[in-house]
Design a protein. Structure first.
Length: 311
């Protein structure tokens, strides 16, 4: 069995393509490389900052993060603010025009202040990421879908990374938050047919019981009962983004990023101990997942309001 790791490459474009071969492309672009059975997937938020969603999606897809800083600009500041509130292990990669003292002032007081730093040197980066692996998480299988498409003679195919447990052919799973029950027809890992795939491996899954046009990014393949489905999401342990300059409060229309789902929500309640939002469509959620609130109407500064943990 191969091993795998997914890495978000954020902060600067045109970097991930130097570390892997271009694969699936949408608002995020994937670059792949396989070395002696170890598969590395790099995710670039290609359409950020014009669109918000690619940045939280790229980070949610990833096990680790390369934060590339080749200049200090508004998009880079927003990227730093967002990465700061995630729990992704992060290495800061400095371009030649950004000095240690300069980046130190920007990161002072954040979790990234103590993050490892390295110069933008591609041989060094390749050697670094070759050593990274995804954490192994035991439990019922969980596969968030990031892309999907129809295949003639096969049917609906979903792409994603096994985030927990082991995915097996003929598994009967629920497609959250649709309420549909599906069966795994077949599994491919980097174009190789497999009977099963483990945690951290990127898979293409042919599904029985659903049409391709019913698949969407953010849906999750998991056993029945593993997730809740609904429009009301409640949580706590709210941490406000230290760089947010807006004033969105109860009654505001904002966006929720939860896993690979990015949806409009009404902010009903927000405080250190409780956050409550109502989404405009059903969302898959379970206790302990990190959720992020974004304000698309903020006049200046990062669009990230803050983070909370779902109940």
């Amino acid at each position: 069995m191969t091993t795998g790791v997914t890495i978000a490459v954020v902060g600067a474009p045109e970097i991930a393509k130097e570390l892997g071969k271009k694969g699936t492309a949408s608002d995020v672009t994937l670059f792949n490389t396989v070395l002696e059975g170890h598969a590395i997937t790099l995710v670039e938020p290609t359409q950020f900052p014009e669109k918000l969603a690619p940045l939280p999606v790229a980070l949610a897809m990833a096990d680790r993060c390369l934060l590339i800083v080749t200049e200090l600009s508004r998009p880079v500041a927003e990227t730093i603010a967002t990465v700061d509130l995630t729990d992704r292990p992060t290495i800061i990669v400095l371009g030649p025009s950004v000095g240690e003292a300069e980046i130190g002032r920007v990161l002072k007081g954040s979790r990234l202040e103590s993050a490892p730093r390295t110069p933008l040197d591609f041989p060094r980066l390749r050697a670094l990421i070759e050593e990274w692996t995804a954490p192994s998480v035991e439990g019922p299988v969980e596969v968030p879908i990031d892309h999907s498409f129809p295949v003639k003679g096969v049917g609906a195919v979903a792409l994603g990374v096994v985030r927990r447990g082991t995915l097996r052919v003929h598994d009967k799973l629920r497609l959250f938050p649709t309420g549909k029950d599906v069966e795994v027809r077949s599994i491919q890992v980097h174009d190789v047919e497999r009977k099963e795939a483990g945690c951290g491996e990127r898979v293409g899954v042919a599904l029985k019981g659903v049409d391709a046009d019913q698949l969407d990014r953010g849906q999750v393949l998991a056993p029945a009962g593993a997730f809740l489905e609904g429009t009301s999401i409640v949580g706590g342990d709210y941490v406000r983004c230290r760089y947010y300059r807006g004033d969105a409060g109860p009654g505001a229309s904002v966006h929720l990023a939860l896993g690979l789902q990015v949806v409009p929500v009404d902010l009903e309640e927000v405080g250190a101990s409780k956050v409550r939002v109502t989404a405009d469509r059903p969302v898959a959620h379970r206790a302990g997942l990190p959720a992020y609130l974004f304000d698309l109407n903020v006049p200046a500064g990062p669009r990230l309001l803050g983070r909370f943990s779902t109940d």
